[in-house]
Design a protein around this ligand. Structure first.
Ligand code: NAD
Ligand code: UFG
Length: 338
């Protein structure tokens, strides 16, 4: 069993990964500045698992915070979720994104080097495939230039990590390229809790369902897709969390830098999300078709063969599970953690 530093562990994907790590018998240390989360998620992670974790409220950009963690704990591997993730916001305040995501990752990697910890799992995104690769995306495809500053930070960090692993063979790095995470833990105790108006589709749908928003706007109905709305590869957050455990096992046994797509491989349209949500949860989602949203790609989804073959990972939950669990979380927590 290993001791894992989880940066951003109080957030949506991080909290679900902490549950899976603790259930698998690992020790967990979370470093999070709570800029987009609440400590309550970690209280619930501990209640759900019946296990304790160490929480340090701190910032990945602060050397003192990082050294405190590495000097106090004998860390075996780092899973790095901490960062800013709102695509639209990244266009308005690019420097905040470059600072948090790129400078933050550099400071973290430097601290790891000082502490001689060389196992690293990075939260990347399908956005690194850019705009011109055909779906299904395969890891061997040349990466493209993302059309927003958030995506650009993911590309830069991936490229830095590849070069770091080439320069020093002690490193073992996983680049996990997430597709569209949705859903929540089956208990409904932890889930996605965006601040303000949600940018992403799923929390918007559940907030309409719970009465916090009047109606869903579906951005674009004239794309060249099956039903005219955009298609994405939605993946249950618990499946995604499990992928980190598989990557951890793989990385503790090998060296170098390797990328894996973490998706189901199935394109699902925005309209299908709305319709299936209504069907499985027996609740109406008022909606309208609106203008296309700038920067949206019509359709992308994963080829996750490499993750199946090399990590022994594949998605276990289907679309209905994702939509039932998203709603279960939101209806039990109409105002999120607050
Ligand atoms: P989230 O915002 O819920 O979690 C991120 C956590 O990092 C938050 O708890 C926040 O407080 C913390 N944080 C931010 N900046 C920090 C800093 N400087 N120091 C310490 N803590 C900091 O987001 P999430 O959806 O759980 O995403 C986790 C990671 O996965 C992010 O890197 C994100 O870019 C990546 N990702 C997310 C998605 C998605 O759709 N959710 C898709 C692809 C990739
Ligand atoms: N959508 C709506 N209405 C909404 C919100 C979203 O119709 O209120 C549509 C979008 O136009 C898009 C689809 O739902 O067609 C999915 O949108 P999201 O914002 O949920 O997700 P994206 O695919 O745009 O973005 C996600 C992650 C990013 C990542 C990107 C590419 O949030 O982190 O995938 O991997 F960069």
């Amino acid at each position: 069993m290993a001791k894992i530093l989880v940066t951003g562990g109080a957030g949506y994907i991080g909290s679900h990964t902490c549950v899976e790590l603790l259930n698998a018998g690992h020790q967990v240390v979370v470093l999070d500045n709570l800029s987009n989360s609440s400590e309550e998620s970690l209280n619930r992670v501990q209640a759900l698992t019946g296990k304790t974790l160490d929480f340090i409220q701190g910032d990945i950009r602060r050397t003192e915070d990082l050294d405190q963690v590495f000097n106090t704990h004998q860390i075996d591997a780092v899973i790095h979720f901490a960062g800013l993730k709102a695509v639209g916001e990244s266009q308005k305040i690019p420097l905040a994104y470059f600072d948090n995501n790129i400078n933050g990752s550099i400071a973290l990697i430097q601290a790891m080097q000082r502490a001689k910890v060389f196992n690293f799992i990075f939260s990347s995104s399908a956005t690194v495939y850019g705009e011109s690769n055909p779906s299904p995306y395969q890891e061997k495809m040349p990466l493209g230039m993302p059309n927003n500053n958030y995506g650009y930070t993911k590309l830069v960090i991936e490229q830095m990590l590849e070069k770091i692993a080439i320069a020093d063979p002690q490193w073992s790095i996983a680049l996990l390229r997430y597709f569209n995470p949705v859903g929540a833990h089956q208990s409904g105790r932890i889930g996605e809790d965006p601040q303000g108006i949600p940018n992403n589709l799923m929390p918007f749908v559940t907030q309409v369902a719970v009465g916090r928003r009047d109606k869903l706007s579906i951005f674009g109905c004239d794309y060249e897709t099956q039903d005219g709305t955009c298609e994405r590869d939605f993946i249950h957050v618990v499946d995604l969390a499990q992928a980190h455990l598989c990557a951890l096992t793989n990385r503790l046994e090998s060296k170098g830098c390797r990328a894996w797509n973490i998706g189901t491989g199935k394109p699902i349209s925005v309209l299908e999300i709305k319709n299936t949500f209504e069907k499985v949860n027996q609740i109406a989602i008022p909606f309208e078709f609106a203008e296309r949203r700038t920067g949206d790609l019509p359709s992308f989804y994963a080829d996750s063969t490499r993750a199946q073959q090399e990590l022994g990972w594949s998605a276990q939950y289907d679309l209905e599970d994702m939509l039932i669990d998203s709603w279960n979380w939101q209806k039990q927590n109409p105002k999120g953690y607050h």
